[in-house]
Design a protein around this ligand. Sequence first.
Ligand code: C2O
Ligand code: CU
Ligand code: CU
Length: 419
Amino acid sequence: QTATDVWYTVTAQAGESQLLPGPKTKTWGYNANLLGKTIVFKRGKHYHITLKNELPELTTFHWHGLDVSGPYIDGGCHAPVYPGEAKEIEFTVDQPAASLWLHAHPCPNTGYDVWQGLATSVLVQDDVEAALPFPRHYGVDDLPLVLQDRHFHENNQWDYDADYDPDGVQGPTALINGTVNPTFDVTTQRLRLRLLDGANRREWRLHFSDDLVFEQIGSDGGILPEPVKMTKLMLTCAERAEIIVDFGHYQPGDVVTLYSDDTPLVKFKIHAFTPDDTKLPDHLVDIDDPAVDPDAPIHKVVMSGMDESVELNGKKFGMQRIDDRQELGKTEYWDITNTNDMEGGMVHPYHTHGGQFTVVSRNGHAPYPNEHGYKDTIGVNPGETVRIKMTFNHPGIFMYHCHIIEHEDGGMMAQLQVY
Ligand code: C2O
Ligand code: CU
Ligand code: CU
């Protein structure tokens, strides 16, 4: 027991949430009725986590984006916690500051568990991020936004089975941080939003009213090498983006709305604030770019099909099968292909457990400017091959899959061994 040890308990529990007028909705959450409080990790500390399951069925606790060993700590399908039971895991957090998340991952019921509410944001903090001129007063000018959608049925209940679609379950009502129609009171000129696509299937095409310009400062695995100015941002399932919005041109009483396409997601109500003319530096952080051994094989991932026919490399997921291997500490290319038809085919958000990658190219072209940082999930467009560069720092068995959760549950998933 040292100063760097921290103990924490995460309980998966069932509850009820007042989401709409009338009856409460039956929901699940982590230490909460729905979703959960943000979990904050500090780089360098050693965490002892008790995972408790108070649900009527087994679940797992997956640390999406956390660089830890697999599969028992990482929390994929191999790590069930049975109803009424608890399990202890421990790990040292050693990766750059980032916005990650925790979600359930019991195969093939991940879609159901996440729909019920088993997802919450997880932040990693470090000294590098702490020295940058970013807003970081949690809940005041630094706000996680978990973007989800739901379908409310009779008595305000969710019904996953009734809404089931093998291409991903979705609903017409946006649920933001577990709230329908949220308003946020803006009391500072600059606001940092840590956006997470926590939906089972939906992509978000985000923009603000007045086409307000914002700057993206972070992606899945940490801070970007340089800030990227934009007016539109697309997030596919499980992707994260940290952005800074500057409300300097607004007056108290104004309302700025965050939309996805035409759907309003969050209203930002402007209050009086102290002027803040902080400018971001052109360079934020350094990104490692390790060399790839020219003789190393290029790993191939082919995501094919839609609905029940989804496959990865021509196969459905098999938990007894190791599909690929990579040596600990080596950096290798992975080519991720989406064979869907360019006309009307789906984007498959590709995700790998076990750490972060960098994006090398999209169909041979340079990645988008906001893809220059660390990522663990990337939208692969129909007809596209995305080349990524991956180094694993921990041994074990890790899954890699499409993060449309019903595609993953439907078998568009495989596993690799890091040795
Ligand atoms: Cu976000 Cu295999 O998970
Ligand atoms: Cu993951
Ligand atoms: Cu998919």
